[in-house]
Write a protein that binds this ligand. Structure first.
Ligand code: MRU
Length: 332
């Protein structure tokens, strides 16, 4: 992804391996500054997933692959490391997919760095294909809406929901993106808007509560990412996605979900089986160090919601665009 650091444009990934360390962009510092952090202990990498230094399902997966790489390089117990890394967060399927992928490769004697680098590159290749398939949906003059961050930061590079936008913009199409801010952690405002800015893609940040208003005025297409997609096409994504899908149905706006096959969980039959992460209430009641809620009020903070498959127009995957009733075709 393009990142301007001290006035110089760099081509950078969200996570990579260098000189024995897992390096990543500290997403908590964006958009104010691009801060790089590095870890050489797999438990610190698992903590970076937990505390959201790195985030977004495919990036969580690649980071987990590198955590397993460190565990193998240091001769740690691989089964214990797999358990520790999988415990970092509960919802994104890519975390579990990546750890299982690494356990398989390591058990076959593959070089740990080669296996983890291969995993990260595989995500970039899948996202590139998602961009190619999805860009056909974007036409000149369209208004496109997205939620949370499903860009390069969330996927090692390129993005899932943002991949079709990057590709279409590079093809010379000109369109407008509504990025909803995504309370409480503001991924839409701080990460998606930052990426769109770096790429020069025309956009505006909107409060989450303004989505229906703008849909009523004319949105042509909605593309979000996903954290886990059940076998029937119900999917979990950042809290607020479900509302958008319902409103999109009301206005007849096509609603697409962009995700690699690593996000599909065929062992979970429906959305009912997806574990939803509940995060600290301080993420809702505080802004920085300042409490903005009345003392004595509780807050609830589910990180994700589940949108039923019937509200999805199609899944944009590396295998093409699939209707919800076609996803069993790509079962691993
Ligand atoms: O809690 P986060 O920041 O990890 O959640 C990120 C999302 O929900 C993204 O929309 C999702 O991972 C889409 S995948 C690129």
């Amino acid at each position: 992804m393009r990142a301007r650091i001290d006035g110089i444009v760099h081509d950078i990934k969200a996570v990579w391996f260098e000189n024995g360390k897992v390096m990543m962009i500290d997403q908590r510092e964006l958009p104010a500054k691009v801060v790089l952090v590095g870890f050489d202990d797999y438990l610190d990498v698992a903590e970076a997933i937990r505390n959201m230094t790195t985030r977004g399902a495919p990036s969580i997966g690649a980071t987990a692959a590198y955590a397993m790489c460190l565990a193998a390089l240091k001769g740690c117990d691989i089964q214990k490391a797999a358990k520790d890394v999988k415990a970092a967060r509960p919802t994104a399927n890519d975390l579990f997919y990546a750890v299982d992928y690494m356990c398989d490769r390591l058990s076959k004697g593959e070089d740990p760095v080669k296996a983890a680098d291969g995993y990260a590159q595989m995500m970039i290749d899948k996202c590139t294909l998602i961009g190619e398939y999805g860009s056909a949906l974007i036409k000149d003059g369209m208004k496109v809406m997205t939620h949370c961050n499903a860009g390069a930061l969330a996927t090692v590079d390129v993005g899932t929901a943002l991949a079709p936008m990057r590709k279409a913009w590079a093809q010379g199409k000109r369109f407008f993106v509504y990025a909803s801010e995504t309370r409480p952690r503001l991924q839409g405002m701080q990460l998606t808007a930052w990426e769109l800015n770096q790429e020069g893609i025309d956009h505006a940040i909107i409060p989450d509560g303004a989505s229906a208003y703008y849909m009523s005025k004319g949105v042509d297409l909605i593309i979000t990412g996903a954290d886990r997609i059940a076998a029937n096409g119900d999917f979990a994504n950042k809290i607020g996605t479900f509302d958008k899908a319902i409103v999109a149905k009301h206005f007849g706006i096509p609603f697409y979900v962009a995700a690699p096959i690593s996000t599909f969980d065929f062992s979970t039959a429906t959305g009912e089986g997806i574990v939803i992460e509940q995060r600290a209430e301080e993420e809702v009641t505080m802004i920085g160090d300042r409490r903005i809620a009345p003392v004595g009020s509780k807050a609830l903070n589910p990180a994700f919601d589940v949108t039923p498959a019937e509200l999805v127009t199609g899944f944009i995957t590396e295998k093409g665009i699939l209707k919800p009733d076609e996803i069993s075709k790509v079962r691993r």
